[in-house]
Design a protein around this ligand. Structure first.
Ligand code: HEC
Ligand code: HEC
Length: 267
């Protein structure tokens, strides 16, 4: 897949290295793919396979995505890894299922997804065989046509760039938008109400539109995202990956806040 020429050649290197860091920050791949506690991945377990995610339609086992050749993705080509991330197709051609947000990852820019792959090649290889996921639901024949030539919006457009971070990169919108009959109810983007059960009990994603957060300060919004503390000082529950978001750059956080403020208020 040929990468189109970047319209911003001098920024190219910086954008790529930022994207490598994203895997540990806003993309939060490890929030699913690592065994972790409140302090982050358990020692020696970064991206070596996460705890099963069990919902009525599936028991999903987040794969070992370290460079281990036998039990991870060390033998995969870059193109195979990019295809798995953006198109949800495994190396052997099998369609992968939820909850990895393939529909959003389709929008990852070419340079950015390649930088993520470069990053995956740098984590320590860990030998750990992960069971196959079980889907008691039909999986689509594809998550869409083959993806190529994706350019992210320019960083200078903070709202558009924030939307890119909140969608294809960080999938905030996946957790914070109610489910309708045909997938996410985009008319109510950011209205919350989705339930996440786990050892913490049941967390319900909150309304993050200006109807709920319009009078919060930027600092209050950033504290909620990066430290898991709500406006009134109460702690917020998983599975939102606060510890990952704490590693975001100030510029990326500013773009996220600009995007949040641009959302249509939904009661
Ligand atoms: C919400 C949880 C979740 C998130 C977030 C997530 N994944 Fe996954 N991922 C999974 C699950 C579950 C599977 C296995 C799916 C299956 O077997 O059908 C998987 C499979 C994969 C595979 C295929 C590996 C194999 O051996 O088949 C790759 C590569 C991958 N993920 C990379 C990533 C990267 C890179 C990110 C971050 C940009 C990421 N994932 C974010 C849950 C997640
Ligand atoms: C895996 C699902 C998930 C993802 C991804 C996610 N969130 Fe959340 N978020 C939640 C849940 C659940 C809560 C509520 C936790 C609670 O009530 O204890 C929450 C709470 C919040 C809050 C606190 C609101 C309040 O009233 O205190 C903000 C702000 C927020 N999320 C913004 C974001 C942004 C921005 C992103 C992307 C960078 C994001 N979330 C990604 C699930 C998620």
């Amino acid at each position: 897949m040929a990468s189109p020429v970047s319209p911003f050649p001098p920024l190219r290197r910086r954008r790529s290295s930022a994207a490598a860091i994203w895997s540990r920050s806003i993309a939060g791949c490890g929030n699913c793919h690592s065994l972790q506690d409140a302090n982050g991945p358990l020692p020696g377990r970064e991206l070596a396979g996460g705890p099963p995610i069990k919902e009525p339609p599936f028991d999903a086992y987040p794969s070992n995505i370290t460079p281990d050749v036998d039990t991870g993705i060390g033998a995969w080509s870059d193109d195979e890894i990019v295809r798995a991330i953006r198109e949800g197709i495994s190396r052997d051609g099998r369609m992968m299922g939820p909850p990895m947000p393939f529909a959003l990852y389709r929008g990852l820019g070419d340079d950015d997804v390649r930088a993520m792959v470069a990053y995956l090649r740098t984590v320590p290889a860990v030998s750990n065989t992960v069971p196959a996921s079980v889907y008691r639901m039909p999986l689509p024949d594809s998550w869409g046509p083959p993806v190529a030539g994706v350019q992210p919006p320019p960083r200078a457009d903070r709202v558009a760039y924030g939307a890119y971070l909140a969608g294809p990169v960080g999938h905030c919108v996946e957790c914070h938008t109610p489910m309708g009959a045909k997938g996410l109810d985009l008319a109510r983007l950011g209205a919350g109400t989705r339930e996440f059960a786990g050892p913490w009990g049941i967390a319900v994603s909150r309304n993050i539109t200006p109807a709920a957060m319009g009078d919060w300060s930027d600092a209050e919004i950033k504290r909620a995202i990066t430290r898991g503390v709500s406006r009134d000082g109460t702690p917020l529950m998983p599975p939102m990956g606060y510890g990952y978001y704490a590693k975001m750059t100030d510029a990326d956080l500013d773009a996220l806040v600009a995007w949040l403020r641009s959302l249509k208020p939904v009661e």
